[in-house]
Design a protein around this ligand. Structure first.
Ligand SMILES: [Zn+2]
Length: 169
């Protein structure tokens, strides 16, 4: 019987494990840790209560294609990793016990969603300044490098910052 962590053997039998090199065993162990983390996340979601089947379109239509964090319009035309990509935000995070149900999700920009996770709550005006600031830094082309913003990014940032574009916001 090979000695390996038992949770690696959900996909590998002990014999195969014993035949792997040290480097391959390290890789398998890392994959197994990832699978275990995924299982735990799914488990927490199940324990958090009921789940709804919903699509991004459902959430967007319900929320009027407006970002719940910065209150500016969300357009379907963008795709990740563009900061303005439509994204489903969990109001109470899943890791805090929030459920994956329609009453716990809201439409946001991808950037606003990630930013709220990193920096916590902020006013809609502050969230708009941060989103516009992100657009003005341009496309990311390296870990710390950005391309100059193009015309589209400049126009988007201006419309996000312009209060006239959002009556009532
Ligand atoms: Zn937003």
């Amino acid at each position: 019987m090979a000695s390996g962590p038992p949770w690696v053997f959900d996909v590998l039998d002990p014999e195969t494990w014993a035949g792997l090199s040290g480097e391959e065993q390290r890789l398998e162990r890392r994959r197994a840790i990832g699978r275990r983390q995924d299982r735990r996340r799914r488990q927490r979601m199940r324990e958090a209560g009921p789940r709804d089947r919903y699509t991004l379109e459902d959430v967007g239509d319900r929320d009027g294609w407006e970002c719940a964090i910065c209150l500016s319009p969300v357009s379907r035309e963008f795709r990740a990793p563009h900061p303005c990509t439509p994204s489903v935000h969990h109001v109470v995070e899943v890791c805090q016990g929030g459920s994956d149900t329609l009453d716990n999700v809201a439409l946001t920009h991808l950037f606003c969603n990630m930013d709220s996770h990193t920096w916590g709550e902020k006013s809609p005006a502050e969230a708009r300044r941060r989103l516009a600031g992100r657009l003005l830094r341009g496309k990311r082309v390296g870990p710390r490098r950005h391309e100059a913003p193009d015309e589209e990014a400049l126009a988007l940032a201006a419309s996000i910052l312009s209060p006239g574009a959002r009556p009532g916001a």
